[in-house]
Design a protein around this ligand. Sequence first.
Ligand SMILES: Nc1ncnc2c1ncn2[C@@H]1O[C@H](COP(=O)(O)OP(=O)(O)O)[C@@H](O)[C@H]1O
Ligand SMILES: [Mg+2]
Length: 356
Amino acid sequence: MHEDNDDWPPSGDGVALTPQQDLGDQDVETTLRPRKLSEFVGQARVREQLELVLHGALKRGEQPDHVLFSGPPGLGKTSLSMIMATELGASIRVTSGPALERPGDLAAMLSNLAEGDVLFIDEIHRIARPAEEMLYLAMEDYRVDIVVGKGPGATSIPLELAPFTLVGATTRSGALTGPLRDRFGFTAHMEFYSAAELELVVRRSAGILGVELRDDGATEIARRSRGTPRIANRLLRRVRDFAEVRADGVVDREVARAALAVYDVDEMGLDRLDRAVLAALVKSFHGGPVGISTLAVAVGEEPSTVEEVCEPYLVRAGMIARTPRGRVATVAAWQHVGLTPPEHAPGEAQTDLFAE
Ligand SMILES: Nc1ncnc2c1ncn2[C@@H]1O[C@H](COP(=O)(O)OP(=O)(O)O)[C@@H](O)[C@H]1O
Ligand SMILES: [Mg+2]
């Protein structure tokens, strides 16, 4: 299992195109994080549904249902969770699955909640089993049973909790157990962003950071951002550096292209690992089908990283097809690697998915 991101991004030069947060992102992400639902770009369906869930509950004076956000990293799950609390006028407590190793950790967290609070559990699929079981009752009845003592003499003391809303985020909703998933009243799956939406993200960020960004510069950054706002913001910062050092500070198409060439970001925004996966699939496995773990070994990465981070985007971009027998390279993948696709390769020639 991919336990943490210490070894991430893979060493080497260039800009990290990985959608996971890196240290350089933290401060600036706080600055760039949308604060209100109205500032949150894209995900129109999720926004509309969430608005109904929240405002319906507010109108009835009830505690809103527990909410689960799922989707690849960098698409706005944490941002939306924070926004939810703001919209509800509630305080938010933040923790994560890996931090809740013992049920006691969770019990402490839960018993400290005040009425109406939002409890945000990031990476909720990594919560330890005993803590997860405690969560069932907490979510359902606002109650936990604290077990005191061991063996036959152990007794459990029920503890009432203040009504709260749990917000979970996960990059792997498939890894959640059924009982946990069932206890969320609303599950939102975050989709990759269109180029047009990413342009709005980049423009907004440029405004906040005081970067002079031309329309064609925004377009160029957006289409290479892998459908991911976190990457769009990161590329904007790298392009800004280039613009300030090598040009007059203004970001237009030429400057963006030149900068992204320096950072080895390709036309489709694929990063080193994406390209390695495609190259292995096409060259070592003749286009597949091949299982995800075999593919991961071939590129020297954790299967979970290839599955949760690379694959969703490569599938979305029409480069990889999932079949019951494994992953298969599409025509577009063969072409991206610079080879002629064999006749049996699925899909049609497609070079620029995000051009509009
Ligand atoms: N819909 C959005 N509109 C504007 N900016 C966004 C949006 N989604 C994400 N971002 C930007 O991307 C960054 C990463 O988003 P985050 O919520 O941390 O993603 P996740 O939790 O899904 O990994 C945020 O700090 C914000 O700057
Ligand atoms: Mg997050």
